[in-house]
Write a protein that binds this ligand. Structure first.
Ligand code: ATP
Length: 252
């Protein structure tokens, strides 16, 4: 089953062409990589999928439904969540609170919903916290649950961002350079985590510059260069593609 379909997407920012006629589709349960040099348009593609801004042309379909024109919170409700290239946590909240805030964005029943809470709301909050704890376990941060987010190491903060994105129970998870700044051990942990996310049946689109990670974890890849899609295929096909080697891989 196709989860995400990107059809003829183009994006202009004034005189800058960020994307030109990009097409790909992502099947359920896949880890799909979006790679290419800096400024190729990868994050712009995530911003269009999540409706941060509209495309200049083209269409995004999620589970057969057009997303064009929806608000970002409506995209989250449909089951698409993302992380950002620059970590966006709440540094003065605990690790656990950062995750419960994530669940609020999908269900509207997070810890902040009401000051005077009914028994049912309190039960919902307890369930939200239980779920957040199990996500912290998944990303390996159970022991840090009550620490402030800004006390975490860089790699831990990246994993917390992923836990928060998972809190809204997405069907599709968009990860924007999750390995950026990670050491080798943290990158290996990230590989395991993405495998676990995949094993839960969540479809993943991954923007990443760490080629060993990308080639190990992705089922298929699209390569962008100056906003143009220059290749689409399996890691083996991409690795052997002369245009990709010329534009990107050869320069690594
Ligand atoms: P990187 O690997 O460095 O993150 P990228 O592939 O994610 O790069 P984008 O951030 O999507 O690239 O940028 C693509 C092009 O669009 C760049 O030329 C960038 O300057 C431009 N661009 C992106 N967002 C905006 C914006 N909001 N306004 C104007 N130009 C933008």
């Amino acid at each position: 089953m196709t989860v995400l379909e990107v059809k003829n997407i183009a994006k202009q920012f004034g005189g800058i062409t960020a994307l030109t006629d990009v097409n790909f589709s992502v099947a359920e349960g896949e880890v799909f990589g979006l790679i290419g040099p800096n400024g190729a348009g990868k994050t712009t593609m995530f911003n269009i999928i999540t409706s941060m801004f509209p495309p200049t042309a083209g269409e995004i379909t999620f589970l057969g439904e057009k997303l064009n024109g929806l608000k970002p919170f409506e995209i989250t409700k449909k089951g698409i969540c993302r992380t950002f290239q620059n970590i966006r946590l709440f540094p003065d909240m605990t690790v656990l609170e950062n995750v419960t805030v994530g669940s609020h964005s999908r269900t509207g029943s997070g810890v902040w919903s009401s000051f005077f809470r009914t028994k049912k709301q309190k039960q919902e909050e307890a369930a939200t916290r239980d779920r957040a704890r199990s996500l912290l376990e998944l990303v390996g941060l159970s022991e840090q649950a009550d620490e402030f987010a800004d006390n975490l190491s860089y790699g831990q903060q990246r994993r917390l961002e992923i836990a928060r994105a998972l809190a809204s129970d997405p069907k599709l998870l968009l990860l924007d350079e999750p390995a950026a700044g990670m050491n080798e051990k943290e990158t290996n942990d990230l590989f395991d985590l993405i495998q676990k996310i995949k094993a839960r049946g969540i479809t993943v689109v991954l923007i990443e510059h760490d080629m060993p990670l990308v080639m190990r974890i992705c089922d298929r890849l699209a390569v962008l260069n100056f906003g143009r899609e220059i290749a689409l295929g399996t890691p083996e096909e991409i690795r052997a593609n002369p245009e990709v080697i010329e534009a990107y891989l050869g320069k690594e």
